[in-house]
Design a binder for this molecule. Structure first.
Ligand SMILES: [Zn+2]
Length: 253
């Protein structure tokens, strides 16, 4: 097998394992269950799961998507998060190879992925996730030699746009979590990609919200987990932000 293919597959497996872990973290953090010590359990019958029931995909397929004890369905979100994280990790290796940027990308994926899941499931953007992520993103980017002004401007834009909405709506549209997530985007991406990430999140979020209204899954009073769109577009920017900006630069500047 070619050297590169071997590592793409290795990173896919690493990502699937990471996805399984991050899914558990995202399920436990909002409930204040210790996320390292307690063993994983079946959410229906509370059976403690053995190691062979926790292998990404493999366990799900072998058990035909059911708990071995109570036979009730295991949520599809497990294989889904494992697959997505596997693809992201493999993609990151494909793109960055063995560089310091690869480590930065994988660490930030982990943070954004947890935010993606907690906002989607519980409408929560936890400070316990965004605040350490913000510090690590900023310090990591400094170590990678990114432009400090661009990072600070990114934080100002990312936090500013939500701060503005917060004041305009007197705190009814969005919460403090969105403001800190905006700052995190800025510290991760710098100012140009932060603007792109915000634009993509608003457009995709609006389209999906409209689709959900049309099919009647949501009403206008329902909350749309905007942090989910923001973190997804943050992940997209970590991978493709530079390429997208290059296209923009050749077209317009
Ligand atoms: Zn069970």
């Amino acid at each position: 097998m070619e050297y590169n293919n071997f590592f793409v597959i290795a990173f896919f497996i690493l990502g699937a394992v990471a996805g399984s872990f991050l899914n558990t973290v995202a399920l436990r953090l909002p409930k204040k269950i210790s996320w390292i010590q307690a063993r994983s359990r079946c959410p229906h019958c509370e059976k403690t799961l053995a190691w062979y029931e926790l292998i990404p995909f493999v366990s799900f397929v072998l058990q035909q998507g059911k708990c071995r004890k109570c036979q009730r369905r295991i949520s599809l979100s497990y294989p889904f998060t494992e697959l997505v994280c596997g693809i992201l990790f493999a993609g990151a290796f494909f793109y960055f190879q063995f560089t310091p940027e690869l480590i930065f990308a994988l660490v930030m994926f982990a943070f954004f992925f947890v935010i993606f899941l907690t906002d989607l499931r519980y409408y929560l953007i936890l400070d316990r996730v965004t605040v350490p992520a913000l510090l690590i993103a900023f310090l990591g980017n400094l170590l990678l030699g990114k432009n400090v002004t661009s990072l600070l401007l990114g934080i100002a834009i990312g936090a500013g746009i939500f701060l503005l909405q917060f004041f305009l709506s007197r705190g009814t549209w969005i919460g403090g979590g969105d403001i800190r997530l905006g700052a995190l985007l800025g510290a991760t991406l710098g100012w140009q990609q932060t603007i792109l990430a915000l634009l993509i999140a608003y457009v995709v979020g609006a389209v999906i919200a409209m689709l959900l209204l049309v099919v009647g899954k949501k009403t206008r009073k329902d909350h749309i987990p905007f942090g989910t769109f923001l973190s997804a577009s943050g992940i997209l920017m970590i991978l493709y932000g530079d390429s997208i900006l290059k296209i923009f630069n050749t077209w317009y500047f």
